[in-house]
Each structure stands twice: as structure tokens, then as C-alpha cells.
Design a binder for this molecule. Structure first.
Ligand code: SF4
Length: 478
């Protein structure tokens, strides 16, 4: 796994200063965000579908042991094997051991955020396997040696010229920039041969269906279907929460996932995999392995305040709706999952100390909650994590706030809790800050508040409270 380097402020500042990236990531708003609104508006029972989706996920997560057991039984009945990995390292090692044992040479990957958690592609390459991403966005990211920028559009921050430079060694600045179709054909040409020689595929899982032991993959490029039919070995990797009880539930979840992700009614390909190839079938792998990973999810499951985050179906709608993500971009969040949902799962899955800025990277406007197809109350959980950062909590999260920060908030709390204290405090602050104000605004507050005014103006603190001014005014009127 890549080392965790959450340095939100400096990475956000880099993105904010990059005009090209700002222009490229605008697509998450003009394309995905608006597409979702249109798709939802055209679906008469949209709110009911969201409610149903939430109920399905609530029920599944509340009975996760049962459904994981049922899924395992049915995958094995279909001739597959199931491996439960406690963490990313165990999952990665299991797949590497499989590849060695089965004398694999070339591995093709279809998009999977769980495999990003494992750092699987790098590990397989390091061990000598030719390992190639086949999702177009992931392929671009692999060539650029970067991490994905967005849950469903990993290379959304790249311009067409950037992609041309990565796909064509002869491309020079100033050459005509190829259009999207030409770029896709360039990638297709390179990837076709890899598909043909691949003897193992690693794919993600959009949903695993417990009652049938099937996995569902949603793609728009067909690489998922090629990956699950051409190589002789198929390994599917999933977080332990990516499960639905029945095929009927899958139908509901697909309707809300696809509309929320890309604004389509249905994606170009929905691939169902029912284990390895049967004797009477012409296509499909000779072996099917399902790797189910915990990697910190148990902590979320045991935490009543944060458990809801396991309902996430990774559609990316909260990223597209988030005014912060749309400016600071995906790499600022430092790990696999960016945006509002990343600001919750990253601190818990990786340890809050490394990611303690993330829950504060939100204006708490609630746009993510409105957008989420399974109605996850993201702002509530962000507030909970902020509280834990400040206060420290028993065993789930380490306290990372400084003594100075806690002192400031304590003084603030005391001031806000008593009318007299509030009035006296406001009066003192108003007098003390008056020399620094200009035209009703405080441009540069002294430490320890200077951080606040380094990027925004602050209105001057009024000399008297609204209540006392109203009182005076009504006296004057009398
Ligand atoms: S939190 Fe909701 S909106 Fe965000 S990725 Fe997950 S399911 Fe989609």
C-alpha cells in the first residue's frame, strides 16, 4: 500500500493554483452532478428508490455475518473459493501467492478501489508479474504513476493533451490534441494484446449477491466483461460491506447507483459472474476466487455513530456535489477515498492521527447528504469525527487537537454559555480588534486567530449586542 501522506492544506493549495486541473475537474459538476439531477428528475419514484436503497443497506449491514456466510456458501456451491482477509496486507499476499502457485505471467485489472487499498498493482509488478489496468481512467493513472482522483473517474483531472502525452511517446506540445475517440482508440490498441495474453484478472465487485453467490460489475467500457471471460483465473476483491441479500435488491441498488454515478439510466455493461466456467459453457475462467477484505471496516461496524458509512455504494455523487472537493480535488485527501465519504472512512480505516484534517474539510452545507442515493448523513458523521478529534475518544480515535486549540474552544464555549460573559467578551474583543479593522471588516486578525483571516475576511465585532441596540432603539422611539 502506498504510504499515507495526508497533507490536506498543502495538496489543496497546489490544486487551487493549477488552472488546468481546475478546468478539468469542472466536469464532475457539469457532467456528473447535472447528469444525476436530470436522471433523478426523470425517475418518478426516485425518493422511494433512495429510501428502499437505504433500507436494503441498513438491513444488510445489521445482519452482515449472516449474509457473508450465505454468500460464502453460494460462491463455493458455484465452484469458487472465498478468502477472508483481515487487512490489506493479508489480501495482497493471498493474491500474490495464488499468482505464483498458478504460474501466472500477465494480470489484467478492472477498476477496484479495494485493490487500491492493497496497493495491489504495484505489489504484483514488483514481484515480476506484468500488471496492467484496463479501465481507461485507471490505465491513464497507471501510466502517470498517480493515484485515482475520483471514485468513478480516476483521471478526471487530466486534460486531453495530458492523456496524449501519456499514450503516445512521440506526442509533443503544440501538436494537434487528439479528440476523446482518438485517445480511446490509442489505448484500445495498446490494451488489446494485453487482454489476449492475460492469464489472470483482478476485478472489483460493485455488489455481491448473497442468495446466488454472484457478483455484479458495472462498467462502460466492456473491460470488466473481457476481464471476467478471457483469462483462465478470475480473482474478485471486495470490501466486506459490498453485499446485497437478493437479486431483487440488486436491481434496486443498480438503479440508484448508475443514475447517481454517471446520470445514465443503465451503464453500457452490467456483468454478472456466477463463479467459474461450467462444463457446458464456452466462456469464463477455469478458476474463480473471491477475496473479502475487512481492513478496518469492523471498526466502523462496531461504531454506532459511524456504521452508516458502510452503506456507501461508491457512486461518487457526494464528491460531485461537494463544493470543497470540486475545488481541492482528489489528491488532497491523501488516500484511496476522496471527498466527503473519504473524509469519514480514511480517518477510521487508516487512523485519525494521519488524517485529522479531513473531517474539517467541509463547509457542512449538506449537499453530500442530499446527493447520496442511500441517504448517508455525512455531515453528522463529520461533526462526530471533529468532536472526537477535539475531545479524544475511548478507543476508536486518538485525540489530535493541540492544548492551545482545546484552550481556545474551551474559552469560546464558556463565553457562549453565559449571556453576561458573552456581552463582556464581545465588548472586549470589539475594542481590542478595532485598530485592525477597516470599513467594517477585519482583514488580518492577530494570532491565534490569524489562520482564520489568512483566506477570508471577518466582519468586525459589533460594539454592542443586537438586544441592547434594540432596547436602546425602542427607548429612543418612546
Ligand atoms: S457516501 Fe453516498 S454519495 Fe458518497 S459515494 Fe457513498 S453512496 Fe455515493
Amino acid at each position: 500500500m502506498k504510504p499515507l501522506t495526508v497533507n490536506f492544506r498543502s495538496k489543496a493549495a497546489l490544486t487551487l493554483a493549477d488552472a488546468q486541473i481546475q478546468q478539468s475537474i469542472e466536469h464532475v459538476y457539469t457532467g456528473f452532478f447535472k447528469g444525476r439531477l436530470t436522471a433523478a428528475g426523470e425517475t418518478p419514484d426516485w425518493e422511494n428508490l433512495r429510501t428502499k436503497g437505504k433500507a436494503i443497506k441498513d438491513h444488510t449491514i445489521a445482519n452482515l455475518d449472516y449474509y457473508l456466510g450465505l454468500l460464502t456458501d453460494n460462491v463455493e456451491k458455484n465452484g469458487g473459493s472465498v478468502f477472508f482477509a483481515d487487512d490489506a496486507e493479508e489480501a495482497r499476499q493471498h493474491i500474490l501467492d495464488l499468482a505464483h502457485k498458478l504460474k501466472i505471467k500477465t494480470v489484467i485489472k478492472s477498476k477496484s478501489m479495494v485493490s487500491e487499498e492493497m496497493g495491489l498493482a504495484e505489489a504484483m509488478t514488483d514481484e515480476g508479474f506484468e500488471t496492467v489496468e484496463t479501465d481507461l481512467g485507471e490505465y491513464i493513472i497507471q501510466l502517470a504513476n498517480e493515484t485515482p482522483y475520483h471514485l468513478i473517474a480516476p483521471a478526471v483531472h487530466k486534460s486531453r493533451a495530458d492523456v496524449a502525452r501519456l499514450l503516445d511517446d512521440d506526442y509533443k506540445d503544440g501538436d494537434r490534441v487528439p479528440d476523446a475517440t482518438e485517445l480511446t482508440m490509442m489505448a484500445r490498441e495498446k490494451l488489446r494484446g494485453v487482454f489476449e495474453r492475460a492469464d489472470m484478472s483482478v476485478t472489483g465487485v460493485n455488489f455481491a449477491v448473497a442468495e446466488s453467490g454472484s457478483i455484479a460489475l458495472v462498467t462502460n467500457e466492456g473491460n470488466g466483461r473481457m476481464s471476467t471471460t478471457v483469462p483462465r483465473v478470475h480473482v474478485a476483491v471486495m470490501g466486506m460491506e459490498k453485499i446485497v441479500p437478493s437479486i431483487q435488491d440488486l436491481s434496486t441498488m443498480l438503479r440508484i447507483l448508475i443514475r447517481s454515478a454517471t446520470g445514465q439510466r443503465i451503464s453500457t455493461y452490467v456483468t454478472m459472474v456466477n463463479g467459474k466456467r461450467k462444463p457446458d459453457e464456452e466462456e469464463g475462467p477455469e478458476e474463480f476466487h473471491l477475496v473479502i477484505m475487512n481492513n478496518g471496516r469492523q471498526k466502523l461496524l462496531e461504531d454506532p455513530q459511524l456504521r452508516e458509512s458502510l452503506n456507501c455504494i461508491r457512486c461518487g455523487a457526494c464528491l460531485n456535489a461537494c463544493p470543497v472537493y470540486r475545488k481541492v480535488g482528489g489528491h488532497a485527501y491523501g488516500w484511496v477515498y476522496p471527498g466527503p465519504i473519504g473524509a469519514i472512512v480514511t480517518p477510521v480505516l487508516t487512523g485519525l492521527k494521519d488524517a485529522d484534517n479531513l473531517p474539517s474539510a467541509s463547509s457542512l452545507c449538506g449537499a453530500c447528504h442530499d446527493a447520496c442515493p442511500v441517504k448517508i448523513n455525512i455531515p453528522r458523521m463529520l461533526l462526530e469525527l471533529r468532536y472526537r478529534t477535539a475531545e479524544g475518544s475511548t478507543d476508536k480515535v486518538e485525540r489530535t487537537s493541540s492544548a492551545k486549540e482545546r484552550g481556545i474552544w474551551k474559552a469560546w464555549r464558556m463565553g457562549m454559555m453565559g449571556r453576561k460573559r458573552f456581552d463582556i467578551g464581545s465588548r472586549i474583543a470589539s475594542i481590542a480588534l478595532k485598530p485592525l479593522s477597516r470599513n467594517g471588516w477585519l482583514k488580518k486578525a492577530p494570532p491565534p486567530l490569524s489562520g482564520w483571516t489568512s483566506t477570508r475576511d471577518f466582519p468586525v465585532i459589533a460594539a454592542s449586542s443586537l438586544k441592547s441596540r434594540l432596547k436602546k432603539r425602542s427607548g429612543d422611539l418612546k
